[in-house]
Design a binder for this molecule. Structure first.
Ligand code: DGL
Length: 256
């Protein structure tokens, strides 16, 4: 038994999509969320820079007693997961674009991957896509401007519709029937993506439930589950100012 919190980290607000799934699946577990905020977006930064921020994040989460850390950021996973696992002994869960389930589910043989530029250029992604999507055509695109929309709270705006349309429409024209949300900010644009998709038969894949399931499995494996009677607490921290922390909290409270 271990009532310490699970640490969750992202460049900003996006990781709250994963945080919400963990909360749903493991309601007795306390969570501490670190949204960097100061260096967001990570999407076009160098792997070295992102690794530095990821180490800072894990250090802060450890200082709050985290028993396990979820890197709720595809970009940081691609850039830094190996370094983090070498450096720390606690279990660290990473995430990468869900190529495998998309490749398994496609009927048209064409899948769309939406992610940041850094994620799409990462060795981890190249390896996964070569391994799991053999025989499947991948249409991959940087969700240019997507993270900024979410950070500015503009996910449901007309502006979002046009920014998302510019990226998603060409994917649809290439015949994708699966669209992978390969960045944790993108689930907050799901309704807008659906609007662009319209009545075409396209499945949108959000990997956060699978990440929450993985967290549960690791807690069991390492005997780190909290007491069933534990009253969960939710804390929010950041590299940015108190105003940003308040934004994270507000954003989290709006998630059902
Ligand atoms: N939410 C992040 C991801 O999953 C990073 C977005 C960014 O900061 O560019 O990739």
């Amino acid at each position: 038994m271990n009532n310490s919190p699970i640490g969750v980290f992202d460049s900003g607000l996006g990781g709250l999509s994963v945080w919400a799934e963990i909360r749903r699946r493991l309601p007795a577990e306390s969570l501490v969320y670190y949204g960097d905020g100061k260096h967001c977006p990570y999407g076009r930064k160098s792997a070295e820079e992102i690794t530095e921020y990821a180490i800072e994040a894990v250090e802060r989460l450890l200082s709050k007693g985290a028993k396990l850390v979820v890197v709720a950021c595809n970009t940081a996973t691609g850039a830094a997961i190996r370094t983090l696992r070498e450096r720390y002994t606690i279990p660290i869960v990473g995430m990468e674009p869900a190529v495998k389930p998309a490749a398994q589910a496609t009927r048209t043989g064409v899948i769309g991957i939406l992610a940041t530029r850094r994620s799409l250029e990462s060795e981890l992604y190249r390896h996964t896509s070569a391994h799991y999507a053999a025989g499947v055509e991948i249409v991959q695109s940087e969700g240019e401007g997507f993270v900024e929309l979410v950070e500015r709270g503009m996910s449901d705006s007309d502006e979002a519709l046009s920014v998302v349309g510019r990226v998603v429409e060409p994917m649809l024209q290439k015949g994708v029937d699966q669209i992978v949300l390969g960045c944790t900010h993108y689930p907050f644009l799901k309704d807008t993506i659906r609007k662009v998709v319209g009545d075409r038969k396209v499945h949108i894949i959000d990997p956060s439930p699978a990440i929450a399931a993985r967290v549960e499995q690791l807690l069991e494996q390492y005997d780190l589950q909290c007491d069933a009677t534990n009253i969960a607490t939710y804390r929010f921290i950041s590299a940015a100012d108190e105003e940003y922390v308040a934004r994270i909290r507000e954003f989290a409270e709006r998630i059902k």
